[in-house]
Design a binder for this molecule. Structure first.
Ligand SMILES: [Zn+2]
Length: 196
C-alpha cells in the first residue's frame, strides 16, 4: 500500500491539536484522487509521531482509497515532513549549526539526541543539508524572498523578520507542498513514519 502525506491547512499549535483532538475531526471530505466519490474512501485510524516539545505521542489521521489502495495521512503544520520532530525545532538546530558550525552545535545535542559527538555531528549535518537543499529548490518559486547564494536560515530570518521561517514558507506554499522537497514540503515523505 502506498502512502501520501497531505498538509493540515490550519495553524494549530501542538497543544491545540492535542487538546481539541483534531485528528478525530473530518479532515478530508472526499478522496483526493476521486472527488466524485464511489472509490470506497474511508478513515483508517491513526499512527503516532513523537512531539519534540515533551507532549508525548501525537496521533496523525489516516485515510484510505480502497480503489487505488492508497493511504493519505494528514500532517499538522508544526511537524517536519520526513524528519523526526517539529519544524521549528529543526529550524533552531540548523540555525545553531550555521552560527556555531555543526561540530560545535552538535556538542549541545550529544547528551539527549544521539550516542556520540560524531553521531550528533553527522545527524545535524544531514538536517542542515536537507533544509538548505529544500531552500535552494524554492528560489524559483519565491524570487523576492529567497536569493540564490544567500540561503542560510539565519539570513532568511533577518529578511523575513521572523524566527519561524520554515513555518512561514510552509504556509506561503501550502498548495504546492506535495510537490516540494522535505522537510517543508512533502515530496519524499511517502512513508508514514519519519526518519531521524
Ligand atoms: Zn479514491
Amino acid at each position: 500500500m502506498t502512502g501520501m502525506q497531505l498538509p493540515l491547512k490550519h495553524d494549530y499549535s501542538c497543544e491545540e491539536y492535542l487538546t481539541q483532538k483534531i485528528w478525530e475531526k473530518k479532515l478530508l471530505s472526499a478522496c483526493p484522487n476521486h472527488p466524485e466519490g464511489g472509490c470506497g474512501f474511508e478513515r483508517l485510524g491513526t499512527y503516532t509521531r513523537s512531539s519534540s516539545d515533551g507532549r508525548g505521542e501525537v496521533p496523525i489521521a489516516r485515510y484510505r482509497c480502497r480503489r487505488d489502495g492508497k493511504t493519505f495521512s494528514i500532517l499538522p503544520r508544526f511537524f517536519a515532513a520526513r524528519y523526526l520532530g517539529n519544524l521549528q525545532q529543526l529550524e533552531d538546530q540548523v540555525v545553531a549549526a550555521e552560527a556555531q558550525g555543526a561540530w560545535q552545535a552538535a556538542k549541545n545535542l550529544q547528551a539527549s539526541e544521539a550516542s556520540s559527538h560524531v553521531d550528533s555531528y553527522q545527524w545535524l549535518r544531514r538536517r542542515k543539508k536537507a533544509v538548505h537543499r529544500c531552500l535552494s529548490a524554492l528560489v524559483g518559486l519565491l524570487p523576492k524572498t529567497l536569493v540564490r547564494g544567500v540561503l542560510q536560515v539565519r539570513e532568511l530570518r533577518r529578511t523575513l523578520g521572523t524566527k519561524q521561517t520554515l513555518l512561514h514558507l510552509r504556509r506561503q506554499l501550502e498548495g504546492r507542498l506535495p510537490q516540494l522537497a522535505v522537510p517543508i514540503g512533502f515530496c519524499g515523505a511517502s512513508s508514514s513514519r519519519p526518519i531521524s
